[in-house]
Write a protein that binds this ligand. Structure first.
Ligand code: SF4
Length: 712
């Protein structure tokens, strides 16, 4: 900005996983504008969210005082609704408290649940929006203080199946190549991802590659903006990913387009894969996936024969009961053609939130300690018991959706969950089947919520702890490209809101842990250094001092002079034997199919302007002005058949709930489908969605369920 400012502070965009570096221009403890900074992921570019989405931090609805629920107020969501409470007036439900009072109560109640019902009775959700240091400390609190591995976060709702498939196949859940490596690709396969909305700056690298002559293929049931830049668009029928991808594998094998040396030297189980795809000819799969055999053959040939080809994918691939199978097919495509392990050739699951990669790396997942060391692995277990000087549970904890089920478990269930600590997550908006999730959260004996706004989840809490927004703290985040990036505190938090790192330590101390992290910003550098020791194999060479100098360093990084590895698996994979493990996938249908009563398919997703449950972006004036209301998109053929017009109000209902919202005409929505963004609390898409899980990644099928659509 040209405005005179007091200070310019370097940080990272708080929204998506692209991880654009930026500079906050600060005047009178207010952010007045944002400039793009020259980071390795963005080269000074920013999208509309990064540039204009910062004023949520100054929103008058920020929580500024600790709150304790009044004993007389019901938690039951329906009873709460009946009270007809104004969303910005929480004084009817909560009373203000001092920090000492709120922290004492929160920790005392959690301890009480643990001591009365055992260690499995507690669980914690951390956040992919917080820093690595917060994620690391939070999971350490749950494992060492609560006493179980019941710790998870919203990665379970986005790429859990991708991570499961990648860990099984190539031995590491992160990307093999960075996004702007598409600069070196001559073929870019984008599937189940809408990057111009959800990873906008990443999309610019893809468009630049197309301009240079690279072929982009966009495979998605919906028409998306990137399709305009594509060589081919494959609008396959929702839910038929495996049919389409196996047909491509079939062509590549049948036509001898495989990389035989690569398979011989670096792949296991190729014969089983080959036998499996024998019956998946493009001719046989065309009627199932809706893409003609000729196109399937063209695309398969172009991919296999490209000099270097990248595959990038999003939630369209992962959020299915067969999400892990979808990913297995993508791994197979890249491996049998040798399109992995070299510049411009690889696998990239585009991470959603700014720190979902880092939070997972730091151990905010129930089956693994930091750096994906399995809790059931005796060596890893022993190492962490020694490192943290505490006995640890050696059983994986429950995942996000499982925890909701365990809250509602029978009184006799020894694993019934009765108390929770939720930091920066909003499961009462983000979980599938919200009526069920809200009912579960409301029935907890004790719920502590730490957040910056009175979220749908915070309404159900016993204690609400006012936390800090990203520009109010110093810490690191890790983007989709495996870059650890440092953000510096730009402004002070409002009122009596406090740093999350401080709050976690206060709870830990009150639960009996003797934690003492010293130094500026609540010991952030000391926490980082401890985390670095726990994750030595990945970030051993990325010291705090180095981050202060360089802002962004890619891992794996082994020593202080190691520049990091943008492309991994050049010579061997991260599996035990160093080879890729191919896993054949068969056809599995969505858990819930359309029928006479619920004839449409609901597809959920995001928009460019809004971020996830909307708690931040809907409080950012510019973003809210561009997309102010909840909408459901349908194509003209369906609108005509229903007798409704664009702008009309309609009701969308599933077996689990219903919402009313305005219909938007969008010819990109396939016939027979409705698309609803999930950011709008007044018409929450997840009231409708199906909690059925992928058995491997435990991810719910947020991309596909049956709904009815009626006018009015
Ligand atoms: Fe922020 Fe993502 Fe936009 Fe970059 S692309 S400015 S990280 S929201």
């Amino acid at each position: 900005g040209s405005q005179v400012v007091d200070q310019k502070v370097d940080s990272v965009c708080p929204f998506c996983g692209v991880g654009c570096l930026l500079t906050y221009n600060v005047k009178d403890n207010h952010i007045v504008s944002v400039d793009g900074r020259d980071g390795p992921a963005n080269h000074s570019r920013l999208c509309v969210k990064g540039r204009f989405g910062f004023d949520y931090i100054h929103n008058p609805q920020r929580l500024t005082v600790p709150l304790i629920r009044k004993a007389s107020v019901p938690k039951d969501p329906d009873a709460l609704n009946a009270l007809n409470i104004n969303a910005s007036d929480w004084s009817q439900v909560f009373r203000e408290a001092t920090w000492v009072e709120a922290l004492d109560l929160a920790a005392f109640q959690l301890k009480h649940v643990r001591d009365t019902h055992g260690k499995k009775a507690l669980a914690g959700f951390g956040s992919a929006k917080g820093s690595n240091e917060e994620a690391y400390l939070f999971q350490k609190l749950v494992r060492t203080g609560f006493g179980s591995n019941n710790v998870d976060h919203c990665t379970r709702l986005c790429h859990a199946s991708s991570v499961a498939g990648l860990l099984e196949g190539v031995g590491s859940g992160s990307v093999t190549n960075q996004v702007n490596d598409v600069e070196h690709s001559d073929f870019i396969f984008v599937i189940g991802s809408n990057p111009t909305s959800n990873h906008p700056v990443a999309a610019t690298w893809m468009k630049n590659a197309a301009k240079r002559g690279a072929k982009i293929v966009v495979a998605d049931p919906r028409g998306t903006d990137l399709g305009k830049h594509a060589w081919r668009t494959l609008h396959f029928k929702a839910d038929t990913d495996v049919a389409m991808l196996n047909a491509m594998l079939h062509v590549i094998i049948e036509e001898g387009l495989v990389d035989e040396a690569f398979i011989r030297d670096r792949a296991n189980n190729y014969d089983a894969l080959k036998a499996n795809v024998k019956n998946f000819s493009p001719e046989a799969m065309a009627p199932i996936c809706g893409i003609d055999a000729h196109t399937l053959r063209d695309v398969a040939r172009a991919y296999a024969t490209a000099k270097s080809a990248m595959i990038l994918w999003g939630m369209g691939v992962s959020q299915h009961v067969h999400g892990t199978d979808n990913v297995r097919c993508l791994i197979a495509l890249s491996s049998i053609t040798g399109q992995v392990g070299k510049p411009g050739s690889g696998l990239h699951p585009l991470r959603g939130q700014n720190n979902v990669q880092g939070a997972s790396d730091a151990g905010l997942i129930p089956m693994m300690f930091p750096n994906y060391q399995r809790v059931i692995n005796a060596d890893a277990h022993a190492w962490f018991e020694k490192f943290w000087d505490t006995p640890l549970d050696d059983k994986p904890g429950y995942t996000v959706v499982e925890i909701m089920g365990k809250i509602l478990a029978d009184e006799t269930d020894p694993h019934k969950i009765r108390g929770m600590y939720i930091m920066g997550e909003n499961p009462a908006m983000s979980d599938p089947n919200l009526n069920h999730a809200r009912h579960a959260l409301a029935s907890l004996e004790h719920l502590v919520v730490q957040d910056i706004f009175m979220t749908e989840t915070a309404w159900l809490a016993d204690v609400v702890l006012p936390a800090t927004a990203w520009p109010e703290k110093t810490g690191t985040v890790s983007n989709t490209d495996r870059m650890v990036q440092l953000g510096l505190q730009a402004i002070d938090p409002p009122g009596d809101a406090r740093a999350d790192l401080w709050i976690i330590q206060q709870i830990a101390q009150r639960m009996g842990l003797s934690w003492h992290y010293a130094g500026e910003h609540h010991g952030v550098a000391e926490v980082y250094d401890e985390m670095r020791q726990a994750m030595h194999a990945a970030i051993g060479g990325i010291t705090w001092e180095r981050l202060q100098r360089e802002s962004s360093v890619t891992y794996p990084c082994h020593s202080e002079d190691d520049p990091g590895e943008p492309t991994v698996f050049k010579h061997h994979f991260a599996t035990d034997d160093g080879r890729v493990h191919l896993v054949p996938a068969g056809l599995i249908s969505a858990n819930e199919q359309p029928d006479a009563q619920y004839p449409f398919v609901l597809i959920t997703g995001r928009q460019l302007e809004h971020w996830h449950t909307g708690s931040m972006t809907r409080r950012a004036a510019v973003l809210d002005a561009i997309e102010p209301t909840a909408t459901a998109s349908m194509c003209s053929a369906d609108l005509q058949a229903l007798g409704v017009q664009a702008g009309d109000v309609m009701t969308v209902a599933s077996r689990r709930g219903q919402v009313s919202l305005r219909v938007r005409l969008d010819e990109g929505t396939p016939q027979g489908a409705v698309f609803i963004p999930f950011a709008y609390q007044e018409a929450a898409a997840n009231l409708l969605t199906n909690p059925a899980l992928d058995p491997f990644g435990k991810i719910p099928e947020l991309k596909y369920c049956a709904v009815s659509v009626t006018a009015g």
